[in-house]
Design a protein around this ligand. Structure first.
Ligand code: ADP
Length: 270
């Protein structure tokens, strides 16, 4: 292993020996670099909508006798403020899931209930694009975790599938067992991703096409939130994609044991 020696102290110990104390700051330096990067990205991302709102406010006061222009600028200001508030919300969500490696309120949850909730919350977005959502049966599997966080993870995938697909297409959610794990796969027939892009989509603030993401209200944080939530639940995320054909994003989670509380079963056991 290569170690960057940032700090060494040497002290004589008797006539024949010296004590050399080396501090390995490599990991601390790496974490510090990531933190500095994150703060720089956050500042940059926040400055864009704030700058736009301030310019638009100026434009509104300059155009005060042109009702049509005031309306147009006002609408753009609303759009930028919505973007600003979704950015702030996602930054807070991300820092919460990053710091937390033991999800609160862990419970045993049937996967079906997570998927139904995520699909219900994405239904409006799907309907506006006439995208058909289909959900596979998944009643036999349970996972142990935090219901709200897991719904957030699946919903982010479903909403991305909708955002990065054309109208009148299909988004499917499938579930299958992989040994001790259960895989939840969200498949779309959308624009897909190149190999290079697929390798980077889980990075914070990464967007293939920032202009398109801005239109859909994207922040580039959704998938890093998904990745952290799933890692906190002992799982992993995967992506498979083909440009112009579609993508499959998969969440793999450890299967939780269902607790049977059925008194009839206890009677039989006696
Ligand atoms: P965003 O808020 O921009 O959607 P995400 O972190 O959710 O950010 O996704 C990062 C980038 O990955 C997106 O900007 C988009 O370019 C790409 N992406 C995510 N999901 C899909 C998908 N289902 N199909 C194609 N591209 C996708």
């Amino acid at each position: 292993k290569s170690v960057r020696l940032l700090h060494a102290r040497i002290a004589p110990v008797g006539p024949r020996y010296v004590l050399v104390l080396c501090d390995d700051h490599t990991e601390a330096r790496r974490v510090e670099d990531i933190r500095r990067d994150f703060v720089a990205n956050v500042s940059h991302e926040l400055k864009t909508p704030i700058g736009a709102i301030s310019l638009l406010a100026e434009a509104v006061s300059d155009a005060s006798d042109d009702a049509e222009a005031v309306k147009r600028f006002g609408e753009r200001m609303q759009r930028e403020s919505r973007r600003l508030s979704s950015l702030v919300k996602e930054i807070i969500d991300l820092s919460r899931v990053q710091d937390d490696d033991t999800p609160d309120n862990r419970e045993l949850i049937p996967i079906g209930s997570i998927l139904h909730e995520a699909v219900d919350r994405s239904r409006f977005a799907a309907e506006t694009k006439r995208i058909r959502l289909s959900l596979a049966e998944s009643d036999e599997w349970y996972v142990s975790g935090n219901f709200e966080l897991l719904v957030t993870a699946v919903r982010n995938l479903v909403e991305n599938a909708i955002n990065y697909s054309n109208a009148d297409t299909h988004v499917g959610i499938g579930v299958r067992q992989e040994g001790e794990m259960v895989a939840i796969a969200v498949t779309d027939q959308g624009i897909g991703l190149s190999k290079e892009a697929a390798a980077r989509v889980f990075e914070r603030f990464y967007r293939v096409d920032p202009a398109r993401s801005r239109q859909t209200g994207g922040t580039g944080l959704g998938l890093s939130i998904v990745k952290h939530i799933i890692a906190n639940h002992g799982g992993e995320v995967r992506v498979w994609s083909q440009p112009d054909h579609g993508s499959t994003f998969t969440l793999v989670l450890p299967i939780g044991e269902a607790v049977h509380d059925d008194p009839a079963e206890d009677d039989q056991a006696e």
